[in-house]
Design a protein around this ligand. Sequence first.
Ligand code: ATP
Ligand code: LTN
Length: 327
Amino acid sequence: MSKKRIFSGAQPTGRLHLGNYLGALKNWVELQDEYDSIFCIVNLHALTLPQDPKTLRKSTLDLARVYLAAGIDPSKAVIFLQSDVPAHAELTWVLLCTARMGELERMTQFKDKAKGNTERAGVGLFSYPVLMASDILLYQTNLVPVGHDQKQHLELTRDLAERFNRDFGETFTIPEVFIPKAGARIRSLQDPAKKMSKSDENEAGAIFLDDGADAIAKKIKRAVTDSGTEISFDESRPAIHNLLTIYQLVTGKSEQECVDNFAGKGYGQFKAELADAVIEYLRPFQEQIASFDDASVAKILQDGAEKARSIASETLADAYAKLGIVT
Ligand code: ATP
Ligand code: LTN
């Protein structure tokens, strides 16, 4: 039996944070042995909001290094740039003709990113989930490991695939979403009502993967807490729940072990232990990241693009044939 396929991606927009790592990357690394894995750097998605060209170029290659330093193994998984495979943009046109205005208008991320002013929002930002659907469907993906914020986009992807298959015949595999039990929604250290985010103006809310030990310790020390003193997984105390979840994920301990570890201890000691654990957890990643030189990264992306193109072009050709597009 051939392995099932996973596909996922991240945008090369700014520095990655612990939320991206614990909600997505960590799971990609854990799943790559069991699944036929494809990981994309979605640089065309980045164009949905204004980008400085120089910065975008640099962030794109930096993100490839992040994938590698996190433990994605190019001998097991395909790593490639979205822009290297033209089929993504081509299938997007087809699926834009399948999607409905109403279903895109319902996307909460569009409403958030448009900041209430949909008249002025870019059409790219509006149609971005359709590009994401193309990414996934081109590879006949079975499973998509993502954080909680992408759940709605996955539902749309399934709807578009089902509609196309119904109207034109079996073409796309219907993908399932994979959302981790813990870590799917790491919250801002400054405001637990919000997710930890690259685009948060308040940098103190996020631990970036390249933050040094001092910065990590300082951010955790300043992290907001809830009233009360107990350190437990209590959903009604989201700040402590979030910090304890981070502790659990970076130490690999069970919930019970985490709770037992902090029984009778105060917030001060908890934060100090958490900071040490996060610093230790990120250390191997931070040591690795400098070790990938430009030439080897370029080669990995080139090999990845070749493999990706061969899979994607087959799906696109099938979709075109079903639609009566002469090629
Ligand atoms: P941001 O909001 O920080 O800009 P993003 O979701 O727009 O992040 P990506 O870098 O493309 O940007 O996201 C990569 C992955 O990280 C996605 O699977 C996303 O669901 C996940 N992710 C992002 N933020 C969090 C978070 N706070 N907790 C858990 N997972 C997250
Ligand atoms: N929309 C996602 C990034 C993304 C993605 C994908 C994730 C683009 N294409 C395909 C999984 C599968 C985001 O902004 N985090």
